[in-house]
Ligand binder design. Sequence first.
Ligand code: 3HC
Ligand code: NAI
Length: 698
Amino acid sequence: MSDSVDYSVQGPVAVLRIQNPPVNALSQAVRQGLSDAMDRAEGDANVKAVLIVGDGRAFIAGADITEFGKPPKAPALPDLCTRIEGSPLLVIASMHGVSLGGGLEVALGAHYRVAQPSAVVGLPEVHLGLLPGAGGTQRLPRLVGADKAIEAITSGRQIGAAEAHEMGIIDKIEEGDPQEVGLAYAASLLAENAPRRPVSELPAAEEIDWNAAYEGVMKKGRGQISGGAGVRAVQAASELPFADGMAAERELFMEMLASDQSKGMIHAFFNERAVSNLPELKGVEPRPLKAIGVIGGGTMGAGIATAALLSKMDVVLIEMTEEQVAAARGRIEGNLSGAVKRGKISQEQYDALTTKALTVSTQYDTLSDVDLVIEAVFENMKVKKEVFGKLDVVCKAGAILASNTSYLDVDEIAAATSRPADVIGLHFFSPAHVMKLLEVVVADKTAIDVVATGFALGKRLGKISVRAGVCDGFIGNRILAVYRTVADHMVLDGASPYQIDKALVDFGFAMGPFAVADLAGLDIGWMTRKRKAPDRHPDERVPTYIDKLCEKGHFGRKTGEGYYLYEAGSRASVPNPKIPELIAAEQAELKITPRDFSDEEIVRRYMCAMVNESAKVVEEGIARRPADVDMVLLFGYGFPRFWGGPLKWADLQGLEAVLADIERFATEDAWFWKPSALLQQLVAEGRSFDDLNRAPAK
Ligand code: 3HC
Ligand code: NAI
């Protein structure tokens, strides 16, 4: 008998208690343990019912994701679920915490399901590029109907016990110790002579317009294929006998498991967790974090303050004038009202946050008690140094001084204080109360417990925190600058910004680079180009056509005109007819004969530029591991999750082919396309970026 499943007999009920911390994933040992325990229960003449229950914080979180990609080991999960369901004994699942994926599928193999009020169930396989592969697509539609099953399977959402009960997934909700609740339920079922009730024997789900459902899901998935496969599996449940439906599900599941998309998404699953686990922070105690200060209440300062308030921290925000104090408060209140509307906080919580927890002032000395200050003033070194000088005077000893700068040198900012060990970069993304990414920028002299506190803050705010070193733009903005540039080069050479945007949206990006530029404000790129102009290498190709639009005060979405035209009050945009004219004029001036680009070439050049710079960022130690770069792009830049990140994408393409393309592009523009030494080294050694994730270079 396996240690992972404890077997005991309580009266007429055999209790199968799964013990595989932290979340009872269905490892081979658990599957074997459950199978053996079923045999044992069936062999005991006194046992009339089986109760399956989870130890610890969950019933079962699903298949063991670490086993995916390894040779399968018996018993297979679908066989186990069928074996449980086929038992002559009455089988009951008592669920608490999460019952996800294979966990819910085990429960659906039971004849009756009881759950705690706080329990949640779901089939999240779609988030791993998969579909339920142990009967979920066959049993769920028999319980809830085709439409609801498709919604659950293709959204992967977690469903609360009350809703699951209403849908018919759970038979009963009962609060108490899950084992006691399960035993009581078993006793009552036995007392009333309740029959075995295999879900597979229920009538098949109704026919729906399967093609319409498939098309709808594929459109929503923006290139992700596993949702569509889920629809086809539910279709099989409706059209085929149960056993044939199971075979169809298996085939689709194996196809998805072998896909690049599931490899990308599984990479994302593990690394979004691993990225904040820094070995050097083990055992380092973060400094206390109760109240924080924010300097500047513009877009970013207001967003950061909102995030902190929503995470139950007191906030003191400093602005320059009373007018700006009112404007900053207005922005924060606007953000928090949005949270009330979405049901994230109550009106009472809103009132408490905006009165008791938030102070907005022009007086720096109100910061004397805060534990950490985040500066979010204008992106200007002189202004930032002045602010840090003042903070150094008013903040208590041990307070952490952080900058939200996008590009500037955090070492130089730290040098403006008498306590550089307490200075760090905390780079949030806009809108800061929504975007998940936080770059924790570690400067030369930053103390280790200050780094630990940066990560602790990120965790408290619900962010994915990634360690970055100091350079122009850190990890994300540095790479962005390069792939934006290649998009500009393609425009100069003949691709239209609209074709580029569309090709990249089709690839899976949330938005194309030119639509993003309009959203962020064209003035930002314009200012950066001006800032960098003095140090520009003569071989660097920088288009100037868009500056002509900026010079006329057109900065994109906020002014109604950029690469696209925006109608006031509408989210729709249309290409700006001035753009092709401006591009043609510049091409004529530069004597460029425009050529056609295929969508495939656009994606390839864009991705190769991104990969090459990402590799340099790892090579220079700005990012510790390739997966750190991947998580930055995923959570800060709308990179399609199903590719796992740029360096996972490169691994999946084959590094040799990626390097060969970069070298070919370098024959046209040697300045821009300098191949990364790390990429060259990996190709020479026949290794992948993922090999470095497992064994970091340093
Ligand atoms: N397999 C292997 N490890 C898992 C796991 C799983 N299914 N689920 C969680 N873990 C691991 C995590 O990697 C993490 O490990 P770490 O501590 O080494 O980083 C640890 O368990 C704790 O997880 P979290 O930090 O995520 O803990 P939370 O409490 O925040 O969340 C959770 C718990 C909601 C269960 C979340 O982990 C989760 O969503 N897990 C994945 C659930 C899932 O996708 N299940 C479907 C699997 S596919 C499947 O079942 C196929 C089947 O249909 C055939
Ligand atoms: P913003 O212009 O919207 O806000 C800056 C605010 O700082 C203004 O309200 C201004 O009144 C205030 N301010 C200026 N000097 C001050 C001082 N000495 N004391 C107190 N308040 C002062 O700018 P935004 O966009 O919020 O950016 C702020 C910082 O965040 C910049 O460093 C920027 O690079 C960075 N950042 C911006 C992102 C974005 O998408 N906007 C994303 C990530 C970082």
